[in-house]
Design a protein around this ligand. Sequence first.
Ligand code: BDR
Ligand code: CA
Length: 320
Amino acid sequence: MNEVTDSKRIPVLIDCDPGHDDAVALILAFGSQRLDVLGVSTVAGNSTGLNTYRNARKILSFIGADVEVAKGAEKPILRPLVIAPNVHGESGLDGPMLPEPEPKRPPRAAIDLITDTLLTFPGKVTLVPTGPLTNIAIALLARPQIKDKIDRIVLMGGAALEGNWTPAAEFNIYVDPEAARIVFESGVPITMIGLDVTHKALIYPDEVEALRKSGRVGRVVAELMDFYSIFYRQQGFKGNPIHDAVAVAAVFEPDIVTTRYLHVDIETSGEFTVGRTVVDFSGVTGKSPNCHVALGLDRERFIKLIFDAVNTLEKKVADR
Ligand code: BDR
Ligand code: CA
């Protein structure tokens, strides 16, 4: 792959809750060389706020990414925190042995990193949230002038059809539906990378074995997938859905997904449907579209992007 010059890279802020697939999303973001990652913030979701912050720093320091990591919300806006140790383990990133990152000064708050970066960067920035939308919602409420500086939000969350945490809801939206509602009603352009595409973003066992042989980075990705597959095998999946990496891929290869521009509401009070992303396919609400809903994915192209990113980082990690 040709290296893209810095000026052609797309400026992004990544807000994540690592999380096995968040970790692969970070590997793709840095290994692709197509993004200018201005900062990474973390949020409580897959695990506690402390764990997701530590996990992000572990994976970023392993791949030698020189980027500020800010720590975000410890809990959703209105609700108690729900975490997913059944998927991601007690640490939120069980599996590979990654060294503890160097101790740092106390981190900046996520809201400061997000709002200060947006307001000072000369152009517009794409936000890539891959966890609950708590930090993004708080940033939008605290400093609404950031809206003009957001090019678009490409988020992993929601679904037009199935749920994964409840029959109706996807995990990231379920954890903080009020935050999701604030974001979806903000007027900022949104691309929703939901389960409709991420359940097609499967990495199969033979592909994991090929990665394991590629070097230190591939081995870590394979070890992440070994742990992550325990849950997904129990669910009957033939491979592991690398949900969050699809959102990253869709920033620099937008046509890797097919989308429809539709109105999406967030359910915050239903007895059985809290956290549902209600997608108005037929226009019955009469509300204007607010979201590009991803419905199709080129899986082979997606997996190739992961392999290319891992290969690029192998060289960097081996040279250290
Ligand atoms: C989402 O929830 C988490 O388990 C994953 O990291 C992903 O962001 C999938 O529903
Ligand atoms: Ca995530």
